[in-house]
Ligand binder design. Sequence first.
Ligand SMILES: Nc1ncnc2c1ncn2[C@@H]1O[C@H](COP(=O)(O)OP(=O)(O)OP(=O)(O)O)[C@@H](O)[C@H]1O
Length: 890
Amino acid sequence: MDNVLSPPPCPNTVTVRRNPHRKARPTPSTTKPPSDTSSASSCNLPQIPFPIQDILSIEIPQSETTTISDSQPPSFSSDDSESENLKVYLRIRPLVPPTARGSTKFPADQSTRSRAKNVWPQNPAKKNTVKEKNPTKKAYESCIKVGDDSCSVTLSPPAALQDSKRSKSEVYEGFSHVFSADSTQIEVYERMVNPLVEGFLKGKSLMLAALGSTGSGKTHTMFGSPRERGMVPLALQRIFKPIKGCGSESSRKFFLSVFEVYADGKAERICDLCPDGTDLRVQQSPIKGIQEVLIHDAAEAESLIGRAMLKRSTAATNANSQSSRSQCIINISSVAEKEKDVQSNCAVLTFVDLAGAEREKRTGNQGARLLESNFINNTSLVFGLCLRSLLEHQKNPKKPLQKHFQNSLLTRHLRDYLEGKKRMTLILTVKPGEEDYLDTSYLLRQASPYMKIKFAKVEDESSLHCNKRHFQTLSRPEQPKRMKVSRTDACKKEEKDVGDENQHCKEDAPQRRNYQIMQNFAKALLNVLKEYKEKLKVAETEILNLRGNLSYEKTRSLGLEKELDNLKSCCTCSKEEQISYSVDEDNNPRYSKAEVGNTSSSSAENLDCPKYFQNELDIAVVEYTNQKHESFPVNGNINTFSEQSDCVVVEDDKLNTEATEIGVSSSGDDNSSSIDQVQQLNENDEDNKSTYSKDEVDNTSSISAENLDCHSNQNELDIAVVEYTNQKHGSFPVNGNVNEVSEESDCVVEDGNPKTEATEIGISSSGDDNSLSIDLVQQLNENDEDAKDLSASLKELMGTQECDTANVPHSATIPITTCKPPDIEKPKRRLLPASSVLLRNVSTLDVDDDVATQQKPKGNRGGKKSAVEERQRTQGSISLLRLLQRNPHL
Ligand SMILES: Nc1ncnc2c1ncn2[C@@H]1O[C@H](COP(=O)(O)OP(=O)(O)OP(=O)(O)O)[C@@H](O)[C@H]1O
């Protein structure tokens, strides 16, 4: 029973209420029960035993190292968002000897003891006096007293300085919290560091820096001891031990880097405190070559930090047996495993353990140590100047933010914090002894204004950007060493990505070069094409101009031709035979000169046909002269040329030819061809016109001969020559097949009678028996002379034939256009009397034959044909003579 009632030893930091609250029992005298039953029931209630066992079953931590609350985050973690000012904490080192706290094994205790010997050099006379008066009380008197609100302190000068008017009690307030000398590491952590860790785990970059004089407990606060773990170990413990309900941080990876800034003579150096760390170089904020060790748990991190502390520069001074001779910085980086989160969430939690300012008098440093002291003091001064400048800049934005950070490597690295871009927290450590009054007073006076520093509300966002920059700046140069230290999957992945990028760059290099070459070539080609396009446009323009000129020249030439034709028609209208041929509605053939010419030319191509020499030829030549009538319908049969027949020439030298109409047609199933020629002669025609008519007739005969080549296969020749002269009648129908002409007869009709107005010659081939008949009808005018001149006419005829063969112009194929001058006076054609023609033919028969034999034909007919022609002429002459003999009246 005694064991149960006797409480266990209570730890210093845990208060256990031994007697929990209990409801006070109402006194029976003052409390009247409502009823009997109730009172009875109350009296009958069972007595609840005191839960002493439950209370005793509570496990009470025996050590501070296990006091971190792992159930709920501290309630004051929300203070981060309530205040925008820089948080400054003050921690007072215990004044009492360590033995009073039950621990004498810590080095700090030893240093404290040793420091008590060295610090604060005193006048030996006073020292002896003091010792004599109250030696123990003087050493352990505190000059600083914590305020009731735990946010202020009152600094009282020691008694030795109280006589001085300058020394007065000073009250410093506005601290976030003041940790008394008896505060524990856990308390400090939970109130000061835990909010930072929570913010860090949320992605914020935060910093905790410890300031204070040498031996004030900065290192102790930051790193602590195996028994009293400092803020860094506690923070790592919290980081790697997730709290229930706060989510898991397994998606993050943490890296730890530890380095120091120390003095190498008058220069500053940075040394990586990791096991393989060496001296580093600093360019502005980033530090090249620093190792970031991946840590998986708190123990690993603590081990790494422990080894770093062993590597850190320390030395024994009069103020501290293990005085830090460098500024130590610890960075805990949080990197998300997912790459997308890396860019948006990378935080760094920084712990800075500054070397404590030293007074030369108290440290007694000389030589190298004195230089270290100067470096340490200078760094502390620069750090303070940066914060002061930031404060002044915030108070008066017109004042520029001084770049004091450039004066120290430490401040360079902490630039973002010292310029207010990132949040930081300061903890001031002071010694409460009277001998430390000046150092404490100086620190409080210098640091108390920092509490007014405010951080911008966008600090969180800016911190992200800063984190990005930090990650980018650190990851690139530091990535190799990080991978060297810990070959993590993330590092391997990044290495692989970097390698892939380099490989892609190497592979893409020739492709890029080729692409550029092709691009340049394409540009050059495009320019060339543009030039050619412009030239093409110019050429097209020139072509258009030339076409315009050509059309203009054509038009001009046509105009000139028209003018020429007009001139010709005006000047030589009488010379041109206006021959037209057409077939009207009544099947009356009308021939134009042009058409005849075309026909002759086209028929001329068939002259070489061998059948030509075997066919018979019928030629019908009709000459009609009429001074009054323009049209002369021809209804007679077609002229058929025999194989050996020669052309028929109608020559009218003296008669006026008014018009000539030639009709050529082919009829019959026996491929017979026919030619109708109608000549309308005017009485006023000149002699030359009659010559022209002769040419046309000649042409016509040739045409017919050509056509016969293909169609005539008869050996008989029928020639109908009709000459009709009538001065009064305009129409002369030719309907009959009149006279028969013997085979191979040469048909020549000449009307030399000047009074003959019209002559019609019809040559037709009819019948299926291939008989050749020549009808010759000549109606002579009463005024015609008799056949007295027949012989003379024959002579002229022969001469005409000669001219025909000799003067057949190539223009025989010239198209004969139908042109009938309406107003021109029609010349009269004079036809020779048939009798005179016959007489001339008879009289000059032999001679003409001789002449015809001697003269070589011209034109399309060769020498071989000339003999045939001569024979035809001779035969024709004989036929004519026979005809005359039969018709003696002629
Ligand atoms: N709160 C504390 N509780 C117990 N011991 C402490 C405390 N603060 C400091 N000490 C002891 O005081 C001694 C000096 O402390 P510490 O080395 O941390 O001072 P410092 O400020 O780091 O000095 P320096 O700037 O020279 O490094 C240590 O031996 C340490 O154990």
